[in-house]
Design a protein around this ligand. Structure first.
Ligand code: 5GP
Length: 147
């Protein structure tokens, strides 16, 4: 495999673009002028949240640098909120670029995952979580953001 795929264009039919446009549902926890954040449906741990810029890019490699400041300000806010919401010991922040890295949805996004001492992460895009669990976790994060 060569690097050809890295030159592929952004395609706004991806799942996160549809969530941004309100065409697909999500358990949304946060929105500002630059980003939205919602629960990952196949969480690698309790409270796994995705922070997604409204500006369209495939990933970090083709993103407008102006997107990144507001994106990471929101990532920090969500990381603080999930740590508080779940009394986590730490927080992982992850971001994948192109299929070789593990990227499966081609709209830039950052994973924010609470971590607990001695609890391993579940596999990436493993099992679907129950909607009621996602809804309850989203509530906790919204409360932490409000508090
Ligand atoms: P990537 O592999 O591109 O870094 O991560 C994509 C993430 O999106 C995965 O963790 C996967 O579980 C999550 N995901 C895939 N489809 C959906 C969906 O329809 N809704 C939500 N909320 N998350 C999704």
């Amino acid at each position: 495999m060569n690097g050809e795929r890295q030159t592929m264009n952004y395609d706004d039919t991806n799942i996160f673009a549809k969530i941004l446009r309100g065409e697909l549902p999500s358990h949304r926890v946060y929105e500002d002028e630059a980003v939205i954040a919602f629960m990952d449906v196949m969480p690698q741990g309790t409270g796994h949240t995705l922070v997604v810029p409204k500006a369209g890019s495939r990933n970090l490699l083709d993103a407008d640098p102006a997107t990144l400041g507001p994106l990471f300000a929101a990532v920090r806010k969500i990381a603080q909120a999930v740590k508080k919401a779940f009394a986590a010991d730490g927080v992982v922040v992850m971001q994948f670029n192109e299929p070789a890295s593990g990227q499966t949805v081609f709209h830039l996004h950052v994973h924010v995952i609470p971590r607990f001492d001695g609890v391993p992460l579940k596999p990436h895009t493993g099992a679907m979580e129950k909607p009621e669990v996602l809804a309850a976790n989203a509530d906790k994060i919204r409360q932490a953001l409000a508090g």
